[in-house]
Write a protein that binds this ligand. Sequence first.
Ligand code: HEM
Length: 115
Amino acid sequence: MSYELFKFLHVVGVASSVTALTIVLVMDKPVHHIRGLSLIASSLILISGSLMVYYGNYYDTPVPNWILIKLIIWFLLFLSGAVFSKKLKRHRIPSLVLLLVAGLLSAAMGIFKPF
Ligand code: HEM
């Protein structure tokens, strides 16, 4: 399997996860299985991201900070879908803004690798 395929699956995971989390946050009674879909999409992000770290030789010790930051953001997104979605619904607009900012920050880390 090629590096480009992992990158494509990574972006598929990001798009699906952000869409699913937005639906979870916006709808009062979200369509069936949407939370499950958001968890599958986050797993796809983590698996494809880790495969890119491995095949792209980004795993020197210490692991680059941009990867650590991506892992932390990923964990927060995962928790927001898996555990906190009901609580976050009470603050819809700030949660949606945070979701957008977190996604964009993580994308910027992957593209620019600033540190
Ligand atoms: C919040 C979750 C995440 C988002 C929104 C995200 C987003 C992105 C985006 C948009 C890209 C650029 C793809 C491209 O250049 O076309 C990227 C690249 C990448 N991401 Fe993520 N990512 C996330 C989590 C992760 C995690 C958890 C890892 C590692 C375990 C990871 C590792 C990578 C790597 C290695 C690249 C490729 C860099 C390159 O080859 O230029 N990402 N990510």
